[in-house]
Ligand binder design. Sequence first.
Ligand code: G3H
Ligand code: 13P
Ligand code: ZN
Length: 306
Amino acid sequence: MALVTTTEMFRKAYEGGYAIGAFNINNMEIIQAITEAAEEAKSPVILQVSAGARKYAKHAYLMALAKAAAEDCNVDFALHLDHGADFEICKSCIDGGFTSVMIDGSKYSFEENIALTKKVVDYAHERGVVVEGELGKLVGIGSGVSDDDMYTNPDEVEEFVARTGVDSLAIAIGTSHGAFKFAGEPRLRFDILEEIMKRIPGFPIVLHGASSVIPELIDEINATGGNLSGAKGVPEELLRQAARLAVCKINIDSDIRLAMTAGVRRVIAGQPEAFDPRQYLTVGRDEVKKMVLHKIYNVLGSANTL
Ligand code: G3H
Ligand code: 13P
Ligand code: ZN
């Protein structure tokens, strides 16, 4: 099948009250696990690539693997740049075959963010590529940033979307990246999300830092000699609630890392004689696929929507 943009996916997701999973890719096994799960569940999916992934695997390898997955699987998917830090990386991914890019200007002032985002949008749209922007900061526990500075300000979203022309908007309502998201009770600011929906009705919203940090995976990693005590993610029922509202894209990377690590550790710990990478990577890949299927059916609600 083909690499497509997110336009049609988001339109259907908004209307249908579900979200599309945007899963981070770093190698062949992860790409196979995600696309095979999407095909099996008849679900749309987004494969996203960070600057770190491009550094690790190189653009050319990831591009070739994504194209191979598109040929191998009977499902269209979007190939997206995650957290593009500047115009140059966005340009490189647009020129290099991605169908979607994120320009993350959230660390800049409102006006600087608008100028940078608009520059990327102009370049991308001329070439048929869609753009995700970000307003608000996804800071983690103990960052010292006050709530007012961190959450997306609903008063800014309408102007940001109108002046930049972005196709989707990442917002900050309490999630953060990684496996240690909340010191106390997990809490998302649905009041802010609902206010944003009033200001930009029908507009697709993106939730970063949306791994649930699945407790069973943490338990297995800890039971095989790892130490991830205190890890905590976003409860799945909160993600399901967000997906029923305007959140059309839910970003998941940490849960992929945990699934792969739990699978690989199980083999290494249980079979000390094992030294064939195909043996433990097969189990790692199976765990990632199982996790993606779980998300599609139980969290995103995107199964059987193709
Ligand atoms: O948002 C960050 C993603 O989880 C990517 O992480 O930069 O380590 O590849 P990375
Ligand atoms: P997690 O660390 O919660 O998986 O978030 C990933 C993400 O937001 C990628 O952009
Ligand atoms: Zn992110």
